[in-house]
Design a protein around this ligand. Sequence first.
Ligand SMILES: [Zn+2]
Ligand SMILES: [Zn+2]
Length: 203
Amino acid sequence: MYLLNHYTAGVILFGDRTQLTSHRLPKYIHANTSTVFLVDPAQSIKQLDDSEHAAKRIQEYFRVRRTRHSITDWVDVKWKGGVMGHPLQTDGCSCGVVVVKMAKAVMESFPLIPNVNFECSKKYMKRERRELALEILEASVFDEHTYCAMCAALRPPGSGSPITDWVQCDDCERWYHAQCLAMDSRDFKKAETGYWNCPLCNT
Ligand SMILES: [Zn+2]
Ligand SMILES: [Zn+2]
């Protein structure tokens, strides 16, 4: 499996900087079957044609790499384009969730190609976005007695004010910035004086 950053992949696939608008599309280079998948959750591209074009560009990239850096792995592979079955994004703001879920499906069925299938309704995307955020938070390693469990910093992001309201969960004892939980002053007072559960404990 090859991991390329979006910009590098964009330059390899689309050449010139003016054509980089498609650089954000997820790409999957599957070495076992010599296949390149260019996937668009919103289906705005012709996936087979564009994947075949991507395969050609990637083949050229490996050749250039041999010429410039004498690296020869994968240079003799005949890369081809492929299409991976996947659900379509139904709104304009869930591409992050769809891409993470597709990446998960790719990892889970590796080395086989997955036939990705999940619901894309707004309601489901909202729930998934929240669950993904919680999973990332729970997996984060940091000093939970010093930093905010939401932003992992001492000061809330973008806050110019030196005064910061903190609230502590009565169950897990993690600390949170009131701003990071979008608490208004009434919610904050209630949390500060009464029993309060954080979003991690309150699921
Ligand atoms: Zn915070
Ligand atoms: Zn908690």
